[in-house]
Write a new protein. Structure first.
Length: 169
């Protein structure tokens, strides 16, 4: 029996999706991906130079076999997130996006109303949308209803083993 999972008809054998930030250098990042055998990597579109053709950009250190999942990190409105996703599609040649719409600058919790609106618009525009959501089952249901392919659970620095510490919200 194979241990694969599917998102929007694409099969993956690894459930590990890694980011591209927080590494001390691109070589370490590339090596981490190889050791982890990840098949999907998120890339913050607003934090990289998509026009860099020097051979030394972040994208040059990601194995072409790894599926790029551009994200809309640092977007505070649905409109910004939609524009960023559209830019990523044109620059990176993928209609997949990990969608983030930040609602609170301090906690980085999502603007769930904006997230649902942006998901709806992007799905209608042909995107495979993986919204990045804190624990909100009502918003998750709404995201599924408008066509989200999968929900990425947002972890927060205040997460505890037993749940959120609400005193920080």
């Amino acid at each position: 029996m194979s241990d694969t999972f599917s998102i929007a008809g694409r099969e993956f054998s690894s459930r590990l999706i890694l980011g591209s930030g927080k590494f001390p250098d691109f070589s370490t990042m590339r090596d981490a991906y190889a050791i982890a055998e990840t098949e999907m990597v998120t890339v913050a579109v607003r934090r990289i130079d998509l026009g860099d053709r020097s051979g030394k950009s972040l994208l040059d250190f990601i194995d072409p076999k790894i599926h790029l999942l551009p994200n809309t990190a640092a977007c505070y409105t649905a409109d910004d997130a939609v524009r960023t996703a559209q830019l990523a599609r044109e620059a990176l040649g993928t209609n997949w996006v990990k969608l983030e719409v930040i609602g609170c600058e301090r906690t980085l919790f999502s603007d769930n109303v904006g997230l649902v609106a942006a998901t709806d618009e992007l799905v209608r525009d042909g995107f495979v949308v993986l919204p990045y959501l804190n624990d909100d089952l009502i918003a998750a249901r709404r995201l599924i209803d408008v066509g989200a392919a999968a929900i990425c659970r947002r972890r927060h620095r205040s997460d505890q083993v037993w749940g959120y510490r609400t005193s920080r919200i």
